[in-house]
Design a binder for this molecule. Structure first.
Ligand SMILES: [Zn+2]
Length: 264
């Protein structure tokens, strides 16, 4: 069965991430393959920039995104490269999105956050970046609290977004927050994936086409994430849609294909 992991924190070839269970590129891809995952959107934290916003420059992120793009070949096509773009770059954030899309062929992003070092949701820079991403028909993966879910859902009906995790940082249920916005697809990684019935609830509430699989492999064991979907009570057909079909539909949208979500 095709299984696409829409939420991967890569370790780039040659790097090490000592504070995580899977510390190298080889270890990450091995555990994903052991889980039965057949492909993944691979985003990569810009590690220096995580802690030191002053190192987030256009040039540094161009170089970093080139390394992310190179994982497609390094993984023999397993990783679909996900862009690393920061609104803190201001006007250059749009240039970087365009570079990632036009030059590197990226149609998705790695996980972005509504607040992070140098990130604040609701600033003109953030909104402008999102508008550029929509113009390019890229699909970002955004980790955010429910008020931001509602803002994205209302503000950008013409875009497509993957909203990361089934619960937000305050423990609020994100399934309900996403419900009314057909432009939003729920990515199910995180601790809530372990709660019996939560995946089925997401599918019943949103429609199976608005639920995509992700493991959040830096924080979670993808073997367990896949097992949770297998044991969720979804039919084989529904599992196939969550594991890959819903992602393929988003991918088609990035190619300017027609698409309509049957979400309620
Ligand atoms: Zn997250």
């Amino acid at each position: 069965m095709e299984i696409i992991d829409c939420h991967t924190h890569l370790v780039l070839p040659g790097d090490r991430r000592d504070n995580q269970p899977w510390k190298t590129f080889e270890e990450i891809i091995a555990i994903q393959r052991a889980a039965g995952i057949t492909g993944a959107i691979g985003g990569g934290y810009y590690m220096q920039g995580y802690y030191s916003p002053e190192t987030i420059t256009y040039e540094n992120l161009v170089a970093h995104n080139r390394r992310i793009a190179a994982v497609y070949d390094a993984s023999e096509g397993f990783y679909i490269p996900g862009a690393e773009i920061r609104p803190v770059l201001g006007e250059q954030a749009c240039d970087l999105a365009r570079f990632c899309h036009d030059e590197l062929g990226m149609c998705f992003t790695g996980e972005m956050f509504d607040h992070w070092h140098g990130y604040v949701w609701g600033t003109p820079e953030y909104y402008r970046l999102i508008e550029c991403i929509i113009d390019l028909r890229m699909v970002p993966l955004i980790h955010c609290d429910n008020p931001v879910v509602h803002d994205i859902g209302t503000r950008y009906p013409e875009g497509r977004f993957m909203i990361a995790h089934m619960g937000d940082c305050k423990g609020e249920n994100k399934i309900d927050a996403v419900t009314n916005y057909p432009n939003l697809v729920l990515e199910i990684s995180g601790s809530e994936i372990m709660i019996a019935g939560r995946i089925k609830q997401a599918v019943e509430t949103l429609g199976v086409e608005r639920v995509v699989f992700g493991s959040d492999v830096a924080a979670c064991d993808p073997v367990l994430s896949v097992l949770c979907v297998n044991r969720s009570g979804l039919s084989e057909t529904e599992q196939a849609q969550v594991f890959a079909g819903s992602f393929r539909k988003l991918q088609k949208w990035t190619e300017k294909g027609t698409d309509t979500f049957s979400g309620r």
